[in-house]
Design a protein around this ligand. Structure first.
Ligand SMILES: [Zn+2]
Length: 299
């Protein structure tokens, strides 16, 4: 039973504290994973403005966002420009790559992408991707081989712009199988590896799921006969839920599961199906996310 392990790093704090914490756990259990870094300014504090939206406010209360992320994250970039994560913490990002984990681009500006993707044109999308790729290339000494948009907010323009970068695959949506995205009837060459399992903040506090049974709940969703891709966050599993994640890896391995970077799952996935990406609502998450959809054009 294989679990593709994806680690999203959204903030300065997550990079500085969460990433080294997670690297230690992964080393203890001899696990390799995929890290997706946000390398530009940390403006996540601008999320504060979303407090005025009632669904987001309820989610904050339900997940105790201040303890998940820390007040410093919630305010970062609100009253002053956020620090450029990759400039200050490039050594941490490089160290992740040096020990053999897969490293990809999450975002230049995580907050700006989530807030403005609906109105960004091709040029704006390209500029954002390019700034992230350039800084990550400087940090790693080579271009990143994969990418994953923030908040699963992807559209056809994003897919077309990503095709101009040397990514071996992207992980931009939720879904059930590895597929090649179809845009305007054309199949793009970069495969999508969708996330198949819910994230911590999507399920905690719902349907009786709490910290005491979260690991068992997530393990119950992992099936040997299907694609299993789990996303964790450096800010959550790497800091506030660190011990719980340590137990998760231990229990999963004791049940015979093995963890792998997403890119290694491409090899055993042929033939790769085609599908489109559509905006959808999913349980526990505010706003729309991109989802794999059956491809009407090619079926
Ligand atoms: Zn993210």
């Amino acid at each position: 039973m294989k679990i593709g392990l994806r680690i999203d790093v959204d903030t300065f704090r997550g990079t500085r504290y969460g990433v080294p914490n997670l690297c230690k756990i992964l080393a203890d259990y001899s696990v390799m994973a995929s890290f997706f870094f946000s390398v530009g300014p940390d403006n996540m504090g601008r999320h504060l403005w979303r407090l005025i939206r009632p669904t987001f406010f309820r989610k904050m209360l339900r997940t105790r966002a201040s303890s998940l992320y820390g007040w410093d994250i919630l305010f970062k970039g609100t009253f002053w420009p956020g620090p450029v994560i990759g400039e200050k913490l490039g050594h941490i990002i490089r160290s992740v790559s040096d020990v053999g984990h897969e490293v990809g681009l999450h975002a230049w500006d995580h907050h700006a992408w989530q807030a403005h993707i609906d109105t960004m044109d091709s040029d704006a999308i390209h500029r954002s991707l390019n700034k992230g790729v350039e800084l990550l290339t400087r940090i790693l000494g080579r271009p990143p081989t994969c990418s994953a948009v923030p908040g699963w907010k992807c559209n056809d323009l994003v897919l077309m712009e990503k095709a101009k970068f040397p990514f071996g695959y992207n992980s931009d949506c939720r879904g059930e199988s590895i597929f090649r995205p179809v845009v305007g009837g054309n199949e793009l060459s970069q495969p999508q590896i969708p996330v198949t399992l819910p994230t911590y903040d999507e399920v905690i506090g719902h349907n009786g799921v709490s910290n005491s049974n979260y690991n068992d709940y997530t393990l119950s969703l992992i099936k040997p006969d299907r694609l299993n891709i789990l996303t964790i966050h450096a800010e959550v599993e790497g800091i506030i839920c660190l011990e719980m994640f340590d137990r998760f890896v231990k229990i999963a391995q004791s049940k015979g599961a093995s963890f792998a970077p997403l890119g290694t799952l491409l090899a055993g996935s042929s033939p790769i199906r085609r599908a489109t990406i559509v905006a959808n609502k999913i349980h526990g998450r505010d706003g729309w996310v991109s989802c794999q959809a059956p491809c009407k054009v090619c079926k």
